[in-house]
Design a protein. Structure first.
Length: 140
């Protein structure tokens, strides 16, 4: 994949992340907390996929994406440990709310994950801008 193709893919993933974040906000506002958590997590996941594409590695499993992010971006100091905590918390809560029977999701849990997704999306955009001069502007 050449540099132009990589940039197109990265921008596509950022659009997915932004769309999922927007959906998470709407769902939260409408008190659909379980679905808001799902979309907040996917916003983070798509943003991390944009980052991972820079390394030239293709990973599809969620646990692999999270592990690679921790190894290549958190342990190297490119992203804070808080970013890793955001991602791990969102993954765990999304798993529980999507797959556990009778898992209740609170407003506070959904709000915390939504705020984490907003922060991480902003950090990813800033990192790509500063490190790779790749500027993402919202299409909305």
């Amino acid at each position: 994949m050449n540099l132009d193709e990589k940039k197109k893919f990265i921008l596509f993933r950022l659009r997915e992340a932004e769309e999922s974040l927007h959906d998470a906000e709407l769902l939260f506002e409408n008190k659909s907390f379980r679905s808001s958590i799902n979309r907040s997590y996917y916003s983070m996941f798509y943003g991390i996929l944009a980052l991972i594409n820079i390394t030239g590695i293709s990973i599809s499993k969620h646990t692999g994406v999270i592990s690679h992010f921790d190894k290549e971006f958190v342990k190297t100091g490119k992203f804070s440990k808080d970013a890793s905590k955001f991602l791990h918390s969102a993954f765990e809560l999304r798993q529980e709310s999507d797959y556990l029977d009778m898992k209740e999701v609170s407003l506070e849990e959904a709000e915390a994950i939504l705020q984490s997704a907003k922060i991480l999306f902003s950090q990813i955009k800033d990192y790509l801008s500063v490190t790779y001069s790749l500027f993402y502007t919202s299409e909305k």
